[in-house]
Write a protein of this length. Structure first.
Length: 431
C-alpha cells in the first residue's frame, strides 16, 4: 500500500490519485493528513504538499488540486527528459513538476471550461488545446509521466507491489449510415435518384440502380468483411449504430426498417452493439433515452456504451446528459480531424465535473484516431507510420489503443484502399 501525505484531501486530489496510481500503474493507495500516521508507515510513501516533512519522497504541490472552480492559469511548458511537462515544482521536489496537478488539468479537460470559440457543430477545436500548441497531442503524456514516476518510486521502494495493466486494442466501427442506397424507402430513394440525375452523377446513378436490384452490393455494406476480420484476429470490436429518425445531420436507414434491424441483431451475435447517438439528441436527454431504449429492444440487451455524432462533446454538460440517460461508458473523447489523445491519456478515466466538484459516474474512453483524420495521407505507408507511432507510445505504457473507422469510409472510393488499410492496422497493432 502506497501512503500519500497531504495537508488537505479534496475530491480533485483523490480523483487524480486513483487515476494515476490505481488505474494506470496498478498500485493500491491510501491518503492521510496526519503526520504521525505518515511517519510510522513502514512501506512506500509520498509527501504531496508545499514542504517535505523529512527526507521522504516529496512532490511539491501546485494549488490546483486544492482550489475550486475555474481560474485563469498561466501555463509554461518545459521539458522533462524529452517529455513536455508543466507546473514547475522547484529543486526540493523529487520530480521537476507537479505531475498530479498537470494530470488533473489534462484529464478534467480544464481548458475546455475556459472561454473558447466553438466550431459550427459546437466542438472544441484541437488547435486551441495545450497539447496541440505544444506538440504533444500524439503523446499520452499522463501515462508517460505516471510510468516515469513509477521508475523513481521503485528506485526508492524496490519492494513496492505493482500490478501493471496489459496493452489492449479496441476497434470501433461507427455506423451512422449503414447503407448508401439500399433500404432507404421509396421517397428518399427517388429523391436521391433525381438529385444524381440533375447533377449528371452517372456513376452514382448506375450504382444506385444495381443496388436496388441486389441490395448486398451496397458500397457501405461492409459488415461481412468486418465480422470476418473480427473472427480472424479475435478482435475486441464494438459497433456503434445510429438508431434515430431522419434529420439534417442524421440520415441513416429508418429504425423501423426490418432489414436494418436484422443487420443489427446479426452483428450483436459477434460484437458488442452500442449507440451512435443522433445529432438531434445532443441537448435532448429524453430523445437520448428513447434511442437507447429502442436499440436495446432490438438486440434484447442493455445498451451502456455511447458515441456522440461528429464527436460532439460539450464538457461537462454532455456527460451530465449521458449520466441522466444512464450510460456507463462514452467513446467520444477525441478529435475528428486530428490524431492523438484529447485528454493526453490512453487509459479509460472517469469524467471530473469541475463545476460540481465531483466525479461523474461515467467512464470516458479516449480514441487515438478516427479514419477521417488520415484521409489526406498520400499512401498506405504514411498512414501505417503514423499509426505505428501511436501504437508504440501506447504499448510502452501498457495502455489502450482505440481506433474509430466508419463503414462509409471503408465503402467509398478513395486514392487509398481503406479496407486494406483497416486490415493492415488491425493485423499489426491488435496485440
Amino acid at each position: 500500500m502506497l501512503l500519500i501525505y497531504t495537508h488537505k484531501i479534496t475530491p480533485r486530489f483523490s480523483y487524480v490519485m486513483r487515476q494515476v496510481f490505481t488505474r494506470i500503474l496498478g498500485i493500491k493507495v491510501s491518503y492521510t493528513t496526519k503526520v504521525e500516521d505518515f511517519i510510522k508507515h513502514s512501506g512506500a510513501k509520498i509527501t504531496y504538499t508545499k514542504q517535505p516533512l523529512q527526507n521522504e519522497f516529496f512532490v511539491r504541490s501546485n494549488d490546483l488540486l486544492f482550489e475550486q472552480g475555474i481560474n485563469d492559469i498561466q501555463i509554461n511548458v518545459s521539458d522533462w527528459e524529452g517529455i513536455p511537462c508543466f507546473f514547475s515544482a522547484g529543486e526540493n521536489s523529487a520530480l521537476p513538476f507537479d505531475i498530479f496537478s498537470a494530470s488533473f488539468y489534462l484529464l478534467s479537460r480544464y481548458e475546455e471550461y475556459l472561454p473558447h470559440v466553438k466550431d459550427m457543430h459546437g466542438r472544441f477545436s484541437p488547435k486551441d488545446s495545450l497539447a496541440y500548441q505544444n506538440n504533444f497531442l500524439t503523446l499520452p503524456v499522463v501515462d508517460i509521466w505516471a510510468n516515469k514516476l513509477l521508475d523513481r518510486l521503485l528506485e526508492r521502494f524496490p519492494d513496492m507491489e505493482v500490478k501493471k495493466p496489459t496493452y489492449k486494442y479496441t476497434s470501433i466501427i461507427d455506423v451512422t449510415t449503414s447503407h448508401c442506397y439500399a433500404h432507404r424507402g421509396f421517397t428518399r430513394s427517388l429523391a436521391g435518384f433525381l438529385l444524381d440525375l440533375a447533377n449528371f452523377r452517372l456513376k452514382r446513378l448506375y450504382e444506385r440502380v444495381v443496388v436496388w436490384f441486389n441490395p448486398k452490393k451496397d458500397p457501405y455494406d461492409n459488415f461481412d468483411f468486418l465480422i470476418q476480420k473480427r473472427k480472424e484476429y479475435d478482435l475486441n470490436c464494438k459497433f456503434f449504430f445510429q438508431f434515430a429518425s431522419y434529420s439534417t445531420y442524421d440520415k441513416n436507414v429508418s429504425p423501423n426498417n426490418n432489414n436494418f434491424r436484422f443487420l443489427i441483431k446479426s452483428i450483436a451475435d459477434y460484437c458488442k452493439v452500442s449507440l451512435a447517438a443522433s445529432y438531434s439528441s445532443f441537448n435532448d436527454v429524453e430523445l437520448l433515452r428513447k434511442e437507447k431504449k429502442d436499440l436495446s429492444n432490438v438486440i434484447n440487451r442493455q445498451v451502456d456504451y455511447v458515441r456522440m455524432r461528429y464527436n460532439r462533446v460539450d464538457v461537462p454538460q454532455t456527460y451530465r446528459n449521458l449520466v441522466d440517460a444512464e450510460f456507463t461508458d462514452d467513446f467520444t473523447m477525441g478529435y475528428t480531424h486530428e490524431i492523438g489523445f484529447r485528454a493526453s491519456t490512453s487509459f479509460p478515466f472517469y469524467l471530473y465535473d469541475i463545476n460540481m466538484e465531483l466525479q461523474q459516474p461515467i467512464r470516458v474512453h479516449s480514441f487515438a484516431f478516427q479514419d477521417y483524420a488520415l484521409q489526406d495521407e498520400a499512401s498506405l505507408h504514411s498512414i501505417l507510420e503514423k499509426v505505428k507511432a501511436l501504437y508504440q507510445e501506447v504499448k510502452k505504457v501498457n495502455g489502450a489503443l482505440i481506433t474509430v473507422f466508419s463503414n462509409e469510409i471503408l465503402g467509398d472510393e478513395h486514392h487509398i484502399d481503406w479496407k486494406e488499410t483497416y486490415g493492415e492496422i488491425i493485423k499489426n497493432y491488435h496485440v
